[in-house]
Design a protein around this ligand. Sequence first.
Ligand SMILES: *Cc1c(COP(=O)(O)O)cnc(C)c1O
Length: 814
Amino acid sequence: MSILIKNIISVLNARFSGHEKEGVVSSVSIDSRSLQNSDSTLFFAIVGPNNDAHSYIKDLIEKGVSNFVVSHIPEECANSANFLVVNDTLVALQQFAGYYRSFFDFPVIGLTGSNGKTIVKEWLNFLLSPDFNVIRSPKSYNSQVGVPLSVIAINEKHNLGIFEAGISTVAEMVKLEQIIKPTIGVLTSIGSSHDEGFVSLKQKINEKLLLFKDCEVLIYQKDVLVDSCIASDIKTFSWSYNDKSANVVVTKKNTLNGLTTVSYQYKEQSFELSIPFQDKASIENAISCLLVLLYFNYDFETIQSRMALLFPVEMRLKVKNGINNCSIIDDSYSSDFQSLKIALDFLESQKQFSKKTLILSDIFQSGLAIEDLYSRVAQLVVSNNITRVIGIGTTISAFKDSFVNCTTFDTTADFIANFETLDFSNETILIKGARSFQFEEIVYLLEEKTHETVLEINLNAISYNLNFFKSKLAPKVKMMVMVKAFGYGNGGLEIAKLLEYHKVDYLGVAFADEGISLKNGGIKLPIMVLNPENTSFAAIIQHKLEPEIYCLKGLYAFLKIAKKKNLQHFPIHIKVDTGMHRLGFEENSLDELIAALKGESTVKVQSILSHLATSDDLEHLGFALKQIQLFEKLSSKIIKELDINPIRHILNTSGISNFPDAQYNMVRLGIGLYGVSNDPAEQQFLENVGTLKSVISQTRTIGAGESVGYGRKFVADRPTKVATIPIGYADGISRGWGNGLGFVIIKDKKAKIIGSICMDMLMVDVTEIDCTEGDSVIIFGEKPTVSFIAKKLNTIPYEVLTSISQRVKRVFYR
Ligand SMILES: *Cc1c(COP(=O)(O)O)cnc(C)c1O
């Protein structure tokens, strides 16, 4: 890309403030973390519901970025860069993408539908890429932001585009149509219900069809309702199972060993095709692809041979624990230039180790000449501070000299043969390869081998929940997030990093050690330590943690050390007891507290806090209100007599929901971040964060009268199929959950836990479930939820979450 700033100003109808209208923009970014941002990047400061990228502009200018599209110029940045000021930066991004799209004139497939868009897109890319230089939306970039970013990635060498569009309400598709400008439309499965955001199914269909208004053809599955919505001037190319008026009529023949055979009638001929899937959705997605191939006039043999190779689509970037304390980012299913950029940005956002290794296969389908391609890859590697590159494949091997510190192998097998010599430790490894290189074997080698139980943490869900609670705050109210107890069992450092990115104001931990490991992991956010022991004060000071001071003894001890170290204005947090009766100054000790702090410059009262005992239980509403009243009184007294202006805070998660008038200057979010609410009505607005998974180790069938496990607590009354799962009470599964009370989910079905839960294993009844060794098992997640289990066990979700032992490996994904 190479576009004059002055042309962009006129396209966006922007007001310009800066020096360099004659400058040229060569890339576009909305991600402040990306190391790919450079002096010729145009940064669009997108304002999300709770995250405003304008606040990153100052940092970006320091990093050398000089062109910004903004809705206002941040005060501290005036005159220090080029600013294109517009009303709405998202609209501007879309306008820019539409403008950029107009430079290209090649067939573009536009996909929409309720389900299957991403899969059909990936499959079409696979099916068509032997003959075209395809540009497609990366991952599932199909939103108001994702679509413009996808289109902006087009380059001169592409000659076919495949873009997906997703909408959640009316009026959105018109904008996406303007950007994608598809020439061939594909409507994937439309679903039978209308979603939130639409008044009826018909409205939803009509809205989706707007994507196709200027297409030369619309490819879809014939359906009475859809037909009634399609404008008469649109040419269609349709398929159906039973409507003989469709262009292609499909009959399902049989299913065997994961293969489904269908026959189809097209132009008065009949063909038989086998599709490597069994489920209904995959078959229909495959038929959508078939129609596109027929529309492109592919012959039967080509269609059959390519479709036989269709594969399950893995869209997630997964972070896994690796051997020797490495961290692995597994993107072993694709290699194209655009997704490499995304994966590198993801790598950067992890910030786990300064040492970074990229294992990369030959890159396909970039559209670029290979010299150009590998020189661009080499640039990316440099700008992302990659420490070493391991290239696999004959093409990348030929370009070995383009990279610094690069080792290459012709094949994955060569790499594996030399694995021992490569020395992986204390680094982040991004594994990125085209499917044909079978990098899953490399992932397998590098993955830490513990037992097969993992707690999967959905980082997007955490962001989502954070924003949900942020949206409840009055303007200027700060957010402290509690990451004590290893992030409520979900992983401390990774979550802290995400929170730092989201610019929360404070983190809270229970003990100094927890804070120290966050600081050692690179966290810069201020961290309050709720329960500092006097013996940890020196370490707290050394690591710039901020202690909560809750008694005079602690205050004097802290002052003594702080004075010895000649500290000035070291931040401390004063906890007052308003009724919880756990930690805190009581009313009768305030005078002495005030006397001790008066004129004391060693420390600074950064905040005053208290904690509610009953914020989740409106039966005790009166008690909570009394606590808030007392907090008002005690904190006001300290503030007045010391003449200070500290942050005040008293609300935890349930407090945020139930006492909006008591937000003061900050709130302390805990369990809600992890997707759990004490209020069932609120629960439905939160996203599930953690899924505890395992696998079946062994299955067997026992006869009636035989027993299972220690103490023969379960005796079968019929022939029973038993599966053993390698997770037990040492992993944090309460023994109370055994003996028929609890269950796990296997293949979407409940499997009752039978007998007593053992230390490392439990057994379930799978008589009614078609399952076998190695099949995946869900212990909690979307179903059953942690809250559900807690209720059955007569405890609270906090305990269930934080009980999961550290030997259970955490896997983070987006
Ligand atoms: C744990 C904790 C919180 C957060 O509580 P949640 O109910 O998880 O939101 C807030 N404040 C203090 C003092 C805490 O100990």
